[in-house]
Design a protein around this ligand. Sequence first.
Ligand code: HEC
Length: 191
Amino acid sequence: MSQESIQRGSTVFSSICAACHQPHGRGIKNSIPPLDGSEWLNAKVKGVPVSILLKGLKGPITVKGEKFDSEMPSKATLSDQQIADVLTYARKQWSNNSSAITADYVAQVRASLIDRTEPWTAQELKSMVGGKIEKEEQSSSPFSNNTQTIHKTEAISAKITIEPTHSESSSLLLIVAILTLIKGVYNSSKK
Ligand code: HEC
């Protein structure tokens, strides 16, 4: 389930990615690009972030309009499940709200890239998806009334329990309270 995947992914993120991309996901100015709001992490074509973790990335890249030129080593020693978990976590953390990635999908991408040893360049990844990295459409407001939305609401609450930051925690508490209320109304209307 995607909620468990998010929880496992949070552990992988803190132990491996946070050192560079930072726990807040905003990276380091002029040296490490952000994951929060990144079109690469949140790409509509999920193969983009998966390929980056499997082979690494090197050279100039623009993320959210800012230029970086560095290198990220491959994370191919992580299992398919760990890569799926950490990307699912990051794609739903901070302001991100993109869909989950499964271990099966990572396995397929890994198999298709078996012969490649070099890290990617941003340019190469771009041309593989038609010249432009497109962010996945953000899902609609969690306040519309259907089952899928309730499911999403749970994921959002889970996300908040995992890692509230100090400056955000009070407004997040308010949001959690509102979401819990909405869920309660929904559940009682089902009975
Ligand atoms: C050693 C530092 C380091 C670590 C550890 C690291 N990254 Fe990166 N990452 C970078 C750098 C530097 C770039 C940009 C590379 C370039 O300039 O071509 C990057 C780029 C990226 C990108 C594409 C650009 C963007 O900002 O969206 C993604 C996605 C990404 N990393 C995800 C991860 C994830 C997930 C992890 C943990 C599994 C991770 N990285 C671990 C340094 C790191």
